[in-house]
Ligand binder design. Structure first.
Ligand code: ADP
Ligand code: GN1
Ligand code: MG
Length: 361
């Protein structure tokens, strides 16, 4: 679509939210299209409906979850307009607008004077992020889980992700299999242990909780002045899950010494100081609810989520880049490699990780 047609379309969408303004592309997410509205306190997002097949359910979840959070934040003396997302309704009172062609848009209040990072700046900052995610989960502890739709079925079912990788290997849709044999072998050699958390959940040793499920550092907004985390964003995947998913996913991204798509793997390591800082913050928030088994599986949670993300990137590379947004052709392969390198490094640091957790607890 031409730039002008796109602009006209966006203007049509914005009118539905009673907004007349220009837009700029914004954010580093891999899934949705995000736009900042010029000179107005709004953020426009096109929901990725290839991935979120039932956007109405995503939006109902977000509406209910943010309402719940607003009450908690207000009761604690906080500012709900800044500490959680605020949906802007359409002229018809809806939380999203769907174009005739099925494209879905929503508008949030823009959280001003705030930024998100792709790399942590200090151990203290990562400790603060852990507290923010822990607090987020605690505020949702009494949210009725049965009210939540599963917006992406089997999202953190890692054995199922292994099956999806096997399917991608079988199809080799983009003809790339030969070039990634080493990565595939590394991944498949570890597949058998990846049902550990699901098994523990089935046995009732790891409880189902309302979790965020996408606890990447850039899904936290920081106040520019105080440098404190203020708001957890990207609520599309809030669903019942394990706290090990939130804990592990945050570590896979934040405790890496390099970017998620770093090409030079000699720069990619799992940083134990950051692991410790995050674990401490998370544990401080969650210690009254955490079970024995959850505690025991904390290092494994980090490995599991990193492995899972690695094989998702690898499968997407094999499938011809159909899921994650890419900015250059080999980006999904670069991303897969960093994740698998992190898994490798965690294995080397396994005893130290366990030691850190037992000292903290
Ligand atoms: P994606 O699913 O593509 O990751 P996100 O919802 O995470 O999309 O949004 C992308 C980025 O936009 C976030 O990482 C964050 O930096 C920024 N962002 C999201 N919501 C807001 C908001 N309400 N105000 C300001 N910035 C936001
Ligand atoms: C995606 O949307 P974003 O960029 O915050 C993905 C996560 C991955 C992450 C990898 C809905 O997160 O699951 O861990 O990329 N989100 C979805 O960076 O698939
Ligand atoms: Mg995001």
């Amino acid at each position: 679509m031409g730039v002008h047609m796109m602009e006209n379309l966006i203007q049509k969408v914005l009118r539905q939210f009673n907004i007349v303004a220009d837009i700029n592309e914004y954010g580093d997410g891999h899934i949705n299209e995000t736009y900042r509205i010029k000179d107005q306190p709004y953020l426009l997002q096109r929901v990725n409906t290839d991935i979120f097949k039932k956007p109405n359910e995503v939006m109902e979840n977000i509406e209910n979850v943010t309402e719940h959070l607003r009450k908690k934040i207000a009761a604690a003396g906080g500012d709900p307009n800044r500490e959680t997302l605020t949906l802007v309704k359409t002229v018809d009172g809806k939380t999203y607008f769907e174009l005739e062609d099925g494209r879905v848009y929503r508008v949030y209040r823009f959280i001003e004077n705030a930024i998100s990072y792709n790399k942590v700046e200090s151990a203290k900052q990562f400790y603060d992020v852990a507290r923010a995610f822990g607090k987020f989960q605690n505020m949702l502890a009494d949210f009725p889980a049965e009210k939540l739709y599963e917006t992406i079925p089997e999202f953190h079912n890692t054995p199922n992700r292994v099956n999806q990788l096997l399917e991608a290997i079988k199809n080799d849709a983009a003809g790339r299999l030969e070039s990634v044999r080493e990565e595939v072998d590394f991944a498949l050699a570890r597949a058998a242990e990846m049902d550990t958390v699901m098994k523990a959940m089935a046995e009732g040793l790891v409880p189902l909780r309302v979790t965020h499920n996408d606890t990447k550092l850039n899904n936290v907004m920081f106040d520019v002045d105080s440098k404190e985390p203020i708001c957890v964003v990207d609520l599309d995947t809030v669903m019942p899950g394990s706290m090990l998913y939130d804990y592990g996913d945050a570590l896979r991204f934040g405790a890496s010494t390099a970017d998620e798509d770093e090409k030079d793997l000699s720069k990619v390591w799992f940083d134990l100081e950051l692991f410790k800082a995050f674990s401490q913050g998370y544990f401080e928030e969650m210690k009254s609810v955490i079970t024995e088994k959850e505690r025991e599986l904390m290092p494994f949670g980090a490995k599991l989520m990193t492995y899972e993300c690695g094989i998702r990137f690898l499968a997407d590379y094999l499938n011809g880049d159909v899921y994650f947004k890419i900015h250059y052709p080999e980006q999904n392969l670069d991303r897969a490699r960093t994740q698998l390198k992190l898994v490798f490094d965690m294995e080397a640091k396994w005893d130290a990780m366990h030691q850190i957790i037992s000292e903290l607890c």
